[in-house]
Each structure stands twice: as structure tokens, then as C-alpha cells.
Design a protein around this ligand. Structure first.
Ligand code: GDP
Ligand code: MG
Length: 183
């Protein structure tokens, strides 16, 4: 089949999570294969796009929205969330608080999008910065994260490193697939 005849779909993906967990870094690693140690606060809501192929015959354009500045709850507004096909939640496996606030991000997303059936909407959870290894830095076990995912309607879970590119490609392929199913 000619590539131009293939189905091409635009999917809106929203990335949420506490400040400094690596949201911008994950996107930069995924789209540009770049990583920077330096921290730069994300300013304004912004998106990047990446075209990928899913299941042999589907071309998908992922439009991935990064979140801005303070990343406070209620600071983003309904327009930001509108039309989302998938929501990626990110926490830092080395900082417990970023795991605890996942409940708030999850609830906030469902509230802003007026979702009635919360189990039906596709979320993906990323436990980022698994490369950090200085003795006992890891604070949230994989089992805890997977239990949380199970309790929230079987959310797919990936442990990632934006720094090393570990599992980043795999995670966003999963995002594309479940967003397509939801579309
Ligand atoms: P954001 O506020 O969630 O967008 O977080 P950033 O992507 O700006 O990352 C915050 C800081 O963590 C930056 O200094 C990054 O270099 C660093 N960082 C992000 N991801 C990783 C990772 O996977 N491993 C390590 N070691 N550092 C990371
Ligand atoms: Mg950022």
C-alpha cells in the first residue's frame, strides 16, 4: 500500500506531573534524542510533534503537550486538556512526594475533562530517573507503582530514564497505541 493512502491520525497527548520529575526531558529525549543536565523551567504550555508508525499500517502524529511553570493544580485550565487522547503521568522514582501527588494529577485531569467513566480514559504512568544510582536513592518500588496502576483501572506502567533514553521509545509507542484505541 502507498504510504499516502495510509490512515493518518493526529493524537493529543498531555504530560502531567510534579515539577522537575523530567517531563520536558522525556519529551526531548523522545522527539530529539537529546538530554540536558541543566534545568530550564518550561514556560507556557507548549507542544512538540512526532510522527510514528503503529501496527504496520497506521501513521500517527503525536502532539505532545508539555506543562508549564509552576505545574500547580487548576493552573492549566480546561482548554489545555480539551481533546486529549491520552494522559501521561510522570513521577520521579527517587522522590516519594512526586508519587503521592499522582492521585491529584489523575483526579485533576478527570475533573477538567468532565470524564464520567474514569476507568475508560487512557493514562500511562512513567517512573522516571531510574538511572540515578547513589546507594539508596530509590524511594518508590516498582511494585508500589504497579499496585497504584492496578487500582486505577490497569494503567500501563514504564520505568524510564530520560537521561539514558531507557524505555522512552517503548513508553510513547504504548501511548500512541492506547490513544488510537480511544480516538
Ligand atoms: P520537568 O520540570 O518535569 O519538565 O523536569 P525537567 O525535564 O526539566 O528535568 C528536571 C531535571 O531533572 C533536569 O536537571 C534534568 O536534567 C533532570 N532529569 C530529567 N530526567 C532525568 C533522568 O531520567 N535521569 C536523570 N539523572 N536526570 C533527569
Ligand atoms: Mg518542564
Amino acid at each position: 500500500m502507498d504510504i499516502s493512502q495510509r490512515k493518518r491520525t493526529l493524537l493529543k497527548v498531555i504530560v502531567l506531573g510534579d515539577i522537575r520529575v523530567g517531563k520536558t526531558s522525556l519529551m526531548n529525549q523522545y522527539v530529539y534524542r537529546k538530554f540536558s543536565q541543566q534545568y530550564k523551567a518550561t514556560i507556557g504550555a507548549d507542544f512538540v510533534t512526532k510522527e510514528i508508525q503503529v501496527d504496520d499500517d497506521k501513521l500517527v502524529t503525536l502532539q505532545i503537550w508539555d506543562t508549564a511553570g509552576q505545574e500547580r493544580f487548576h493552573s492549566l485550565g480546561a482548554a489545555f486538556y480539551r481533546g486529549a487522547d491520552c494522559c501521561v503521568l510522570v513521577y520521579d522514582v527517587n522522590i516519594h512526594k512526586t508519587f503521592d501527588t499522582l492521585n491529584n494529577w489523575h483526579d485533576e485531569f478527570l475533573k477538567q475533562t468532565d470524564m464520567n467513566d474514569s476507568e475508560a480514559f487512557p493514562f500511562v504512568l512513567l517512573g522516571n530517573k531510574v538511572d540515578v544510582d547513589d546507594g539508596n536513592s530509590r524511594k518508590v518500588t516498582e511494585k508500589r507503582a504497579r499496585d497504584w496502576c492496578a487500582s486505577r483501572g490497569n494503567i500501563p506502567y514504564f520505568e524510564t530514564s530520560a537521561k539514558e533514553g531507557f524505555n522512552v521509545e517503548e513508553a510513547f509507542l504504548c501511548v500512541a497505541k492506547i490513544a488510537l484505541e480511544n480516538e
